[in-house]
Design a protein around this ligand. Structure first.
Ligand code: PSU
Ligand code: MN
Length: 308
């Protein structure tokens, strides 16, 4: 592991990432909140390992990002990945508290927003996740809008996801992205996907059907001096999907439970995901793993296309 020269900003690059940067190999960032807060052990560890393997198979190098004991890690080795997957009580770190976790020497898993910050710092331009955070249902009362949206507006990283989590208000999420100037590109489908389902019922603002076209689109944005990130929505493979109508029943129940249990703030997303895993007897977890793997593959293809 390579430590940063500056003791003022403790960053550690994994050996694999250090070597990749030295030879200019394509890199794909991965978040860690999905490991600590998004899935139960040991499914989370299996997912974390398999997405890294898929990225390597596609000719890119994975960089899972997390804060461990106050050090910002860009790339984790297998022992670190395993330890993180079993860590209880890791912070869920977004833009607001990334620096806090480092300053206070905490262990924290990075959300989409914080992972984008780490990726940009490390010169990594593509990032794969499951679903981004967005505008929550009833946001007009709670004001609960994920910092992920703001980060997409300001940080130049391509985020590959399976759409917005269907637990969110997807029309409002797309409106905020449009207002903030974030391109939303669905891969190979006219329909914006909804995480577990291939179709949210809404058309996608933009569509492209090759990694090279996505790489080229980003290159043109950069030439125009348009900063900020891009959201690439990759529908879950048909054989792994749970149709929207069926998911909606579980989502409604999970939202009712969250209201009853007075869940607020950072706990909302992990609580809802967990409740849905239980209500679907783990089926939603299998779908979640399949879609992250699918996104890792596309992200690696985009990173490879950007490198040529
Ligand atoms: N995608 C998943 N599982 C997750 C998340 C995304 O499949 O657990 C996490 C991501 O880290 C995302 C976060 O950034 O949920 C959003 O949380 P919030 O709504 O509190 O911003
Ligand atoms: Mn929130």
């Amino acid at each position: 592991m390579t430590r940063s020269a500056s003791p003022l900003l403790p960053i550690a690059y994994s050996d694999e990432v250090t070597a990749a940067k030295a030879r200019g190999a394509p890199l794909v960032a991965l978040e860690s909140t999905i490991i600590t807060h998004g899935m139960p052990y040991p499914g989370n560890l299996e997912m974390a390992r398999s997405v890294e393997r898929i990225i390597r198979e596609e000719g890119a190098v994975p960089a899972t990002i997390a804060v461990i004991d106050g050090v910002l890690h860009i790339g984790l080795d297998d022992a670190e990945l395993e330890a993180l997957a079993q860590t209880e009580g890791a912070m869920k770190v977004s833009r607001a508290d990334l620096a806090f976790a480092i300053a206070e020497r905490r262990t924290g898993a990075t959300t989409v927003a914080a992972t984008m910050i780490g990726a940009a710092l490390a010169g990594i331009r593509v990032f794969a996740t499951g679903g981004i955070g967005g505008v929550h249902r009833k946001a007009e009362e709670t004001f609960d809008i994920s910092a992920d949206l703001e980060e997409l507006a300001r940080t130049a990283v391509i985020v590959v996801c399976a759409g917005a989590k269907a637990i969110l208000d997807i029309p409002k999420t797309l409106e905020v992205l449009e207002t903030r100037g974030v391109p939303v590109v669905t891969y190979d489908s006219p329909n914006f996907p909804a995480f577990w389902s291939r179709d949210s019922g809404l058309p996608s603002p933009l569509m492209l059907n090759s990694p090279a076209a996505i790489a080229n689109f980003q290159a043109v944005r950069e030439r125009l001096g348009i900063d900020g990130g891009m959201l690439v929505a990759n529908p879950v493979p048909a054989e792994n999907e749970i149709p929207r109508r069926e998911m909606e029943i579980y989502i409604e129940r999970a939202l009712d439970n969250a209201e009853r249990d007075e869940i607020t703030g950072k706990e909302v997303t992990p609580y809802l995901l967990n409740t849905i895993f239980r209500l679907t007897d783990g089926r939603s977890l299998a779908t979640n793993i399949a879609l992250v793997e699918n996104n890792a593959r596309l992200a690696a293809e985009i990173a490879v296309a950007m490198a040529v």
